[in-house]
Write a protein that binds this ligand. Structure first.
Ligand code: 2M8
Length: 434
């Protein structure tokens, strides 16, 4: 804990650290007690950065334990299932994915067959930057470099479905922003035959949309992937959902830069990672920048069109250190406009407030989340946008002071929603407080 903290900040810091202690399972951290009883990929990356300020040993274990689930082709699954948790505790559990039947997937544990935004290299480098023991930290980087490089290799080899250097996602869950209105159209275009399973429509705490037909579509996409044995050829040629998402790719880009630095520190060749970062940078601008609306949008690879709705994901490329001035200015203007900053002193909501799809209470369709705001804060800080960064910093802390470490928040009055004691909300507050 930094000695510079005020009394109030110290109390907040302690409360956040307590959440992480309570959610620690012995080798990793659950996103929240009860609702998410396994280990999620990008959650662990966010969580490790808070742990770095609190329990350094656990921060490294958190990241390494996610990679226990990595497949031999480099795919880093978005869920690593805890075998001690009852199979029905979370749907969809291991029975839907059947990962152990897939050659190249781990034999000794169950995983999903999808991935999530590849934040891990950025997290590993941040752990290193805040380490008090440089030598030990270099050993950690040396250990984690090969799986990180394999993760990026997988994305470049098997997910560059558009051929320009971006990674495509094949399921809304891969975006991390599950029921974002961005995915409404591609999901609606999906044929939904009668279900061959009994859907769990009773899951606690989830908004109505997620337990209805929308959730059936999520499951349908998984069944298609599983029937194709998660084969890359299926993703390329047949899978009905394929999109290039600005937030996912901005995280990929920031992590590619981080990986180049890690390569340098650990005596590997950084050049391939730098070249990859350059390609992602170019492709983000060439393919996802919409000059008319002055922001980034997701590209539906099945229709070849940019998806019209503007969400917090549009600001993801703030993480690009080489973002050209005009694009940077346009993003800041949008971020500070009534469409995103109309929410009375609270941080950026997940959807354009003026969009017909905006819903202040529905999960990723409007509420404010700590992780997206932390990413924007990091991007704004990197560009020296101190006013924007300070706004995001102050309003994020205001939110958790008011409502605790909730999963998400009402963007107009800061009311907490979803699960309590949510790990990344606590962890990123530790990172902000430093
Ligand atoms: C949410 O996603 C899972 C599916 O992966 C779910 O709805 O059950 C999202 O908020 C995702 O971003 C997050 O990683 C996960 C665990 O916190 O929950």
């Amino acid at each position: 804990m930094s000695p510079r903290l005020t009394g109030d900040e110290t109390a907040l810091w302690r409360a956040a650290a307590q959440v992480l202690d309570d959610n620690w399972t012995g080798c990793g951290t659950v996103p929240s007690p009860g609702l998410y009883p396994h280990q999620w990929s990008w959650d662990s990356a966010f969580i490790s950065m808070g742990l770095a300020r609190h329990r350094r040993d656990r921060a490294e274990r958190e990241l390494l334990s996610v990679f226990r689930g990595q497949w031999s082709d480099g795919l880093l699954p978005h869920i690593v299932f805890n075998s001690h948790v009852a199979r029905h505790a979370y749907f969809p559990g291991p029975d839907l994915w059947r990962s152990r039947t897939i050659p190249g997937a781990p034999r000794d544990l169950d995983t999903s067959g999808l991935t999530q935004p590849p934040l891990h290299a950025l997290a590993a480098l941040r752990l290193h930057e805040f380490s008090a023991d440089a030598e030990r930290s270099r050993d950690f980087l040396a250990r984690i470099y090969p799986p990180l490089a394999a993760q990026h290799g997988y994305l470049a080899r098997h997910r560059d479905l558009g051929g320009a250097g971006l990674a495509a996602i094949c399921h809304p869950w891969e975006s991390g922003l599950d029921n974002s209105p961005v995915w409404d159209r591609p999901l609606a275009a999906l044929d939904l035959p009668p279900l061959a399973y009994a859907p769990d429509r009773t899951r606690r705490n989830l908004p109505i949309g997620l337990v209805g037909e929308e959730h059936d579509r999520y499951v349908r996409l998984v069944v298609l992937l599983r029937e194709a044995r998660y084969h890359p050829g299926h993703l390329r040629d047949d899978h009905p959902f394929a999109a290039e998402d600005p937030l996912f790719n901005a995280v990929y880009l920031a992590s590619a830069h981080a990986l180049a630095e890690i390569a340098e520190i650990t005596g590997h060749d950084p050049l391939p990672h730098r070249e990859r970062a350059q390609r992602i940078h170019r492709a983000l601008l060439d393919r996802l920048w919409d000059r008319e609306s002055g922001c980034f949008r997701a590209l539906d690879l099945r229709t070849g069109r940019l998806i019209p709705v503007v969400t917090a994901g549009a600001f993801g490329p703030l993480l690009d250190p080489d973002l050209p001035g005009p694009a940077l200015r346009a993003l800041v203007e949008l971020l500070l406009s009534a469409r995103f900053a109309g929410a009375a002193g609270y941080p950026v909501p997940t959807c354009d407030i003026q969009s017909a799809c905006f819903d202040r209470g529905d999960y990723w369709r409007g509420p404010t989340w700590i992780n997206t705001n932390w990413l924007l804060w990091l991007g704004a800080t990197g560009h020296g946008l101190t006013v924007v960064a300070d706004l995001l910093y102050g309003s994020t802390l205001r939110l958790v002071r008011q409502s605790g470490f909730r999963e998400y928040f009402d963007p107009f009055d800061g009311t907490g929603r979803g699960s309590h004691d949510y790990s990344w909300s606590a962890s990123l507050v530790l990172d902000l407080l430093g």
